[in-house]
Design a binder for this molecule. Structure first.
Ligand SMILES: [Zn+2]
Ligand SMILES: [Zn+2]
Length: 326
């Protein structure tokens, strides 16, 4: 368990639950909050249901509901849809779950296991899967190498349909009983079907030949997950809009210089223009706008999100060989 020195009398404070370290934070394969919760339950030798009902739900719902909580199951605590993988996204319940787990473990890095940092900046609708998807080869490899079995946050995104490590398709149904898997189930155990308890790592996984259409999306989503913990300031929408304006400006200069570039850039410029003029305070679409814009601007999503406007202008003007200075 983690110990902290209490400010008043320097007596170490013990965390109520083990201060289990989340897997590979700051990389594209960062663990998801639902995976962390399930692993934490395993470490305490209890089911996720017991951990949630005994420790987490009272913090989220308040102690006075304790008697009510005991009669509920995991799905009702998180709301019908919150118990699905969207819990790894940006819902209010996601934030409550993260705060409860951070309090119980005395950790401050669990917020990076969901996408709650991007609430209000990136559009949530349609971004996350309703049920789990997984790479059987990742499970199998962790098991063979005796590493902790966990689920990356990356697998919660709808657009992520293959594993970049093993180049095979993710699967979303148990091969033995064909049931879909909820992100957090009463008795779930990572790597096993929550219904028939079969090991989910023994499928070879369908190989993908060549480059998938959406490999740019997977790369971009991985960038988003990896960059979040290292941002110096919390992201904000007006700042991001300024950067998009700068990119639009660069595209315009490129097309003015060489009209044939309109074939490559015209469509994305139009999309950017609509966003910049009509959606000033609305969250932005990650896979249909931000990732394709970065692709056309020859920058990574990490560069868009982490560089300030001045640094970004240098990169863009250099990419497009434009003689401008901000
Ligand atoms: Zn894999
Ligand atoms: Zn099954």
């Amino acid at each position: 368990m983690a110990t902290l020195l209490s400010k008043s009398n320097n007596i170490p404070t013990l965390s109520r639950l083990y201060s289990l370290e989340p897997m590979v934070v700051g990389t594209p394969l960062t663990e998801s909050i639902s995976s962390y919760l399930t692993r934490l339950a395993q470490e305490h030798c209890v089911t996720p249901q017991k951990l949630i009902m005994g420790e987490i739900a009272p913090l989220i719902m308040g102690d006075k509901y304790r008697s009510e909580i005991l009669s509920k199951n995991v799905s009702t605590v998180f709301g019908n849809s919150d118990a699905k993988p969207a819990i790894n996204g940006m819902r209010d319940m996601t934030r409550s779950l993260v705060l409860a787990l951070e309090k119980l473990t005395l950790r401050q890095d669990l917020r990076y296991l969901s996408c709650s940092t991007w609430k209000g900046i990136i559009k949530e609708r349609g971004l996350f899967r309703q049920d789990k998807a997984w790479c059987p080869q990742c499970f199998e490899q962790c098991s063979k190498e005796r590493k902790p079995i966990y689920e990356p946050l990356l697998w919660s995104f709808r657009d992520v349909n293959f594993c970049p490590q093993h180049n095979c398709q993710l699967i979303d149904r148990c091969p033995d009983c064909n049931s879909a898997q909820k992100a957090i189930a009463n008795n779930s155990r990572l790597g096993f079907c929550s219904r028939c308890k079969s090991w989910l790592g023994n499928q070879p996984g369908q190989r993908i030949n060549g480059i998938e259409d959406n490999s740019i999306h997977i790369q971009g989503i991985g960038d988003l997950i990896a960059i979040t913990p290292s941002l110096i300031l919390p992201p904000n929408l007006p700042d991001l809009m300024k950067k998009l304006q700068l990119i639009h400006f660069s595209f315009e200069r490129v097309v003015n210089r060489d009209l044939t570039q309109f074939i490559a850039l015209g469509k994305i410029m139009e999309q950017l223009k609509i966003t910049l003029t009509q959606h000033n305070d609305k969250p932005l679409n990650l896979t249909k706008l931000l990732i394709p814009v970065c692709d056309h601007a020859q920058i990574s999503l990490a560069q868009l999100l982490s560089q300030d406007v001045r640094a970004l202008s240098k990169i863009l003007f250099s990419n497009f060989k434009l003689n401008y200075q901000l």
